[in-house]
Each structure stands twice: as structure tokens, then as C-alpha cells.
Design a protein around this ligand. Structure first.
Ligand code: NAD
Ligand code: TYD
Length: 354
């Protein structure tokens, strides 16, 4: 282990975004040891990392971020230089069904990890880094105008966003109170391969393929800013290496879409790829009862990241969606594995009453 120039723990590395971050770091930095710490909840899947699992600078460790003894054991075993923290409960609809699970993992888990990192790094903080990955949802909901900047006051409105906002505050508290070197980023909605099919885009792709109803909440007029997941991973790489300690960076795609327009776009792409008559898949669109407290619009101003660190998104949305649809069509074994058993139970609870 002594030969590695950096030893980094990436939490939540078996999840959607985490697996892309792990892949990027393991491949781009063979001199870094990347330890993927993940509890393997329903959202964690080691199959996401098959292409890197045998590389010498990658290790997997199963563990729960709320488990203090296990976190201490890993810090002792690996003497980490940095943490990139993505492990979280991440789905708004599940946070409405079971809010305390979000408080436990996102708030207590993050505070536990901060505490262990500080305890283990105390006395040698200068060359350490705790990078906390967060969401634009902490800023609340926008009207038709305006953008979230790093100065926008926090105004979370779902149990998910409240738990992420709380975790962000704890990260800053450890920085200001104990001098822990931290950096934080708040990103807009991601899409791409390995996305669990409970979120809008992979759920719609899966339902279109199986000719199931496409459940659009409310009138489908809510707006999200979408970023290709590999662009988010690149932004994390940039901020990890060049970000200023104690600072927050907003990450976004400059790419706002109404939900209903995305669903129509996907229907069109899939009609073409599945050789269906034009308009066939759109017949599956079903308007269902709205999500309680449904945030109307998220839009990120990522100027700071662009101006200060030179990051910019690489893909147009239509191109990214084509690549994403292709990945799902070519990886049906992955989809079938993650939509068995528990997923069906969740799906019925979430959608059958609507
Ligand atoms: P995900 O749900 O796909 O993955 C979460 C991962 O964390 C899973 O592998 C899961 O097993 C693991 N995990 C959950 N609880 C854990 C625990 N107690 N201990 C250890 N591991 C645990 O989530 P994602 O979409 O990849 O999001 C990753 C991070 O990025 C989250 O912090 C999320 O808030 C943030 N984020 C997500 C988006 C998005 O669009 N998905 C946008 C901005 C920020
Ligand atoms: P989601 O992917 O859950 O991300 P978030 O709520 O964190 O932005 O949802 C994206 C948008 O799509 C959101 O406005 C809710 C909407 N939506 C639907 O209309 N139907 C669905 O089945 C899902 C999962 C989401």
C-alpha cells in the first residue's frame, strides 16, 4: 500500500454516480488507491464496477457510514488521505415514504464520517480532504425565472433535500469549528448508464420498453436541469484536485427540461430504436397524482466552476439520452437483476394507489 501517492475512500461507490466516479479515478489515476466503501443497499450494485474490479488500485469494502467502529477500522487499515462522500439515500419519493431512513444515513451517517475523519486526521490536517457530494435540491424550488448560485439561501422542502441540506451544514460546521479541510459541490439532476430505474429517465426507458404506463406526476410541467453523469464525475475530479478548501461549487448542465418534454423525447427515440410506428410509445403516457410538495423548478448557475476551474459539460442532452437508451437496451440483464423482488414491491406501493 505504501506505493500509492494517495489513498482515497469513495463512499457510495456502488451506486449510480459513485460507480462513475470510482471508474474515472481508478482508470485515470493508477497511482491512487481507490477504496469503494458501500453498504450495498437496494441502490448499490457491484455489477456497476465489473470493468475495474480486478485492477490493482481498486478495493471494495462493505460497510455502513453510520457504523463508527467500522469507519475507524477502515481509516486505521488504509490511512486515507481523502474521502469523497457520495453514500446517501437519494430518492425523493422514498424519502416521503420513509423519512427517518434519510435522517439516519444522510445526516447521522455524514456526521459520523466527519467525526471519524477528523479524529483520525487531527494533527495532520493540511494535506487531507473531505469532499462532500450534494445536490441542488438544498436550495428549494425556483419560480419560472432565476438560477441557484452558491449564495442562494438553503430552503429544502422534501425529507430528502432537508437531510442533504443538514449534511451540508455539518460539513461546514466541521470545517469552521475543527478546521477540517472540506470541499462541497451541489449538482443538478444526473442521467446516464447504471441509473436505478426508480428515477424519472431510467424508469421511463424501462416502462416504454415493456409497454407499461408512463406515470407523469401532475401536469408534467416541473423543470429539472439535467447533466450527463460522466460530466458530473469529471467535475468532481476537477474540484477534488483544484477546488479551494472550505468552498462550495455548483455543478449543472445549463440544460433545463420540463418532465413531459423529456418523456416525449424518450418516446420518440425509443419508437425509432424499437421499430415502433411514430407516436406509439407516447400513447403510454399517463398523468398521475402529483408528488406532495413537488418542487417546481431547479436550475443551476455553474459559472463559478466554469470561470474558476474551467469545467464545462461535454454532451448535448439529445446525444446523452441516445447513449443512455442504448446502454439500457444493451444491458437488459442488469435491468432485470435490479428490478426483481424488492423493486416490484416499491413500484406497487409508489404507483398503484396514484
Ligand atoms: P444512489 O442511490 O444510486 O447510490 C447511493 C449509494 O450509497 C448506493 O450504492 C448505496 O448502497 C450506498 N449507501 C446508501 N446508504 C449507505 C450507508 N448507510 N452506508 C454506506 N453506503 C450507503 O445515489 P446517486 O444518485 O448515485 O447519488 C450519489 C450522491 O450524489 C448522493 O449523495 C446524492 O445526494 C448526490 N446527488 C445525486 C444526484 C442525482 O441526480 N442522482 C444529483 C446531485 C447529487
Ligand atoms: P426524479 O428522477 O425522482 O428526481 P428529483 O425528484 O430528485 O428531481 O424526478 C425527476 C422529475 O420527474 C420530478 O419532477 C418528478 C418527476 N417524476 C415523474 O413525473 N414520474 C415519475 O415516475 C418519477 C420517478 C419522477
Amino acid at each position: 500500500m505504501a506505493n500509492f501517492t494517495k489513498k482515497i475512500m469513495i463512499t457510495g461507490g456502488a451506486g449510480f454516480i459513485g460507480s462513475h466516479v470510482v471508474r474515472l479515478f481508478v482508470k485515470k489515476y493508477p497511482g491512487y488507491l481507490i477504496v469503494n466503501l458501500d453498504a450495498l443497499t437496494y441502490a448499490g450494485n457491484l455489477a456497476n464496477l465489473q470493468d475495474v474490479e480486478s485492477l490493482p488500485n481498486y478495493k471494495f469494502e462493505k460497510g455502513d457510514i453510520t457504523d463508527e467502529a467500522r469507519m475507524k477500522e477502515l481509516f486505521d487499515a488504509y490511512t486515507f488521505d481523502a474521502v469523497i462522500h457520495l453514500a446517501a439515500e437519494s430518492h425523493v419519493d422514498r424519502s416521503i415514504l420513509d423519512p427517518l431512513a434519510f435522517v439516519k444515513t444522510n445526516v447521522l451517517g455524514t456526521a459520523n464520517l466527519l467525526n471519524v475523519a477528523y479524529t483520525k486526521w487531527k494533527g495532520a490536517l493540511d494535506d487531507k480532504l473531505f469532499y462532500h457530494v450534494s445536490t441542488d435540491e438544498v436550495y428549494g424550488s425556483l419560480g419560472k425565472e432565476g438560477f441557484f448560485t452558491e449564495e442562494t439561501p438553503y430552503d429544502p422542502r422534501s425529507p430528502y433535500s432537508a437531510s442533504k441540506a443538514s449534511s451540508d451544514h455539518f460539513v461546514m460546521a466541521w470545517h469552521h469549528t475543527y478546521g477540517l479541510p472540506v470541499v462541497l459541490s451541489n449538482c443538478s439532476n444526473n442521467y446516464g448508464s447504471h441509473h436505478f430505474p426508480e428515477k424519472l429517465i431510467p424508469l421511463m426507458i424501462n416502462n416504454i420498453l415493456n409497454s407499461r404506463p408512463l406515470p407523469v406526476y401532475g401536469k408534467g410541467e416541473n423543470v429539472r436541469d439535467w447533466l450527463y453523469v460522466e460530466d458530473h464525475a469529471r467535475a468532481i475530479d476537477t474540484i477534488f484536485h483544484q477546488g479551494k478548501k472550505g468552498e462550495t461549487y455548483n455543478i449543472g448542465g445549463f440544460n433545463e427540461w420540463k418532465n413531459i418534454d423529456i418523456v416525449h423525447l424518450l418516446c420518440g427515440i425509443m419508437d425509432r430504436k424499437l421499430n415502433r410506428p411514430a407516436g406509439e410509445s407516447a400513447k403510454l403516457i399517463t398523468y398521475v397524482k402529483d408528488r406532495p410538495g413537488h418542487d417546481l423548478r431547479y436550475a443551476i448557475d455553474a459559472t463559478k466552476l466554469n470561470k474558476e476551474l474551467g469545467w464545462t459539460p461535454s454532451l448535448q442532452f439529445e446525444e446523452g439520452l441516445e447513449k443512455t437508451v442504448d446502454w439500457y437496451l444493451q444491458n437488459q440483464d442488469w435491468v432485470k437483476a435490479v428490478t426483481s423482488g424488492d423493486y416490484q414491491k416499491y413500484y406497487n406501493e409508489q404507483y398503484n394507489k396514484r
